[in-house]
Design a protein around this ligand. Structure first.
Ligand SMILES: O=C(O)/C=C/C(=O)CC(=O)CC(=O)O
Ligand SMILES: [Ca+2]
Ligand SMILES: [Mg+2]
Length: 362
């Protein structure tokens, strides 16, 4: 457990009965233990006075992937991001696909390449069509449009049965907490391969997650109403009158230490509860360790865009950083850090665990 600037080795600091139910080398057993135990643990932690011997400086600790990732799904739930990508990738066509306001669009990603914050990201190679190509034929080589996507991830604890959808109201019975996600994306590989089945190799080479998962119970004060929906969604997605599941998380994206974007999660069109309801409405089951990400978090303002393809408008509007360096997409050696804050229970604000990654040559 994160304890300010330190790390608390929680299991030996807990009473034995609780410790035996959650202890392990990662969060897998805690996730599987279910909501009653999560609540019991949160109560125990709130009154805990940790002995010094179980506290370690962050610098002395190597952070690991916090849980075994089962299935990984990525949504597309920022209206601002979706409209921007539509304008950039599909000029002359409607900004939003016809289904966009009726369901949270998503795709299944590659769980095995989800890596913990701090892991280097190797520039991927693949097929792309050069902008100077006269034939439209692809070339092969390292991506020249390596991008980030600042996202929020939701971590499933309690599984569900195959054939049984998880309704909106059961969200907190299944989802343990929240992490930050960087969905690295090779825009040139993606643009050539993605139609009609969606992203494939352009995003499957690495997805970074924070080493820390913030329990939903710690984010009660961050809950906000999502933006109004028009048209009203079908009943299984209609959260009118329900306790809202928007979250006022304020993201910050830094490139080589310079702030380049401040995406507001509160403006996401579809909430995580709706994403979960949609993901299971066909009877698909959940497993402990399933990770579903929000989609790139972009707000309405230019400085609120959570990807470089938006911030540099597909490379046509380069960004000048305070140190004088200029970027469109990522260069080798670049380091990206995504952080977030949220209103805390009892006042003040809390920080989510950061997600950090550096690009190394392919
Ligand atoms: O509009 C497209 O074709 C592609 C969109 C994305 O690459 C974004 C994606 O991965 C989903 C998201 O993060 O919002
Ligand atoms: Ca994404
Ligand atoms: Mg990815």
């Amino acid at each position: 457990m994160r304890y300010g600037d330190r790390v608390l080795d929680l299991a030996p600091a807990l009473d034995r009965a609780l410790s035996e139910r959650v202890a392990g080398p990662n969060l897998d057993r805690l996730l599987a233990a279910g909501r009653v135990v999560w609540t019991e643990l949160a109560a125990a932690v709130a009154v805990l006075e940790p002995p010094e011997e179980h506290l370690h400086d962050l610098a002395d600790v190597r952070l690991r992937l916090p849980f075994t990732v089962a299935d990984y799904v990525d949504f597309y739930s920022s209206e601002h991001h979706a409209r921007n990508l539509g304008r950039i990738l599909r000029p002359g066509q409607p900004e939003l696909p016809a289904s966009w306001k009726h369901l949270p669009v998503g795709y299944h990603g590659r769980a095995g390449t989800v890596v913990v914050s701090g892991t280097d990201v190797v520039r991927p190679r693949g097929q792309r069509v050069s902008t100077s190509s006269t034939t439209g034929d692809p070339v092969f080589g390292p991506t020249v449009k390596l991008d980030i996507e600042a996202e929020v991830g939701f971590v499933v604890g309690t599984p569900s049965a195959l054939g049984t959808p998880v309704p909106l109201g059961a969200f907190a019975d299944h989802v343990f907490g929240v992490c930050l996600v960087n969905d690295w994306s090779a825009r040139d590989i993606q643009a050539w391969e993605y139609q009609p089945l969606g992203p494939f190799l352009g995003k499957s080479f690495a997805t970074s997650v924070s080493a820390w998962v913030t329990p939903l119970s710690a984010l009660e004060a961050a809950r906000v109403a999502p933006p109004p929906r028009d048209p009203r969604p079908l009943p299984y997605l209609d959260d009118t009158g329900a306790s809202p599941y928007g979250l006022d998380l304020r993201l910050a994206v830094r490139l080589n230490g310079h702030l380049v974007a401040e995406p507001p999660f509160a403006q996401m069109y579809w909430t995580a509860a709706q994403q979960l309801a949609h993901l299971t409405v066909n009877g698909a089951s959940l497993r402990t360790g399933d990770l579903f990400a929000s989609g790139t978090v972009s707000g309405p303002e230019p400085h609120q865009r959570g990807s470089l393809v938006e911030l540099s408008w597909n490379g046509t509007e380069p960004i000048t950083l305070p140190d004088g360096s200029v970027r469109t997409f990522l260069e080798d050696g670049d380091e990206v850090v995504i952080t977030a804050t949220a209103p805390a229970v009892g006042g003040g604000s809390l920080e989510l665990g950061e997600v950090r990654g550096r690009i190394v040559p392919g």
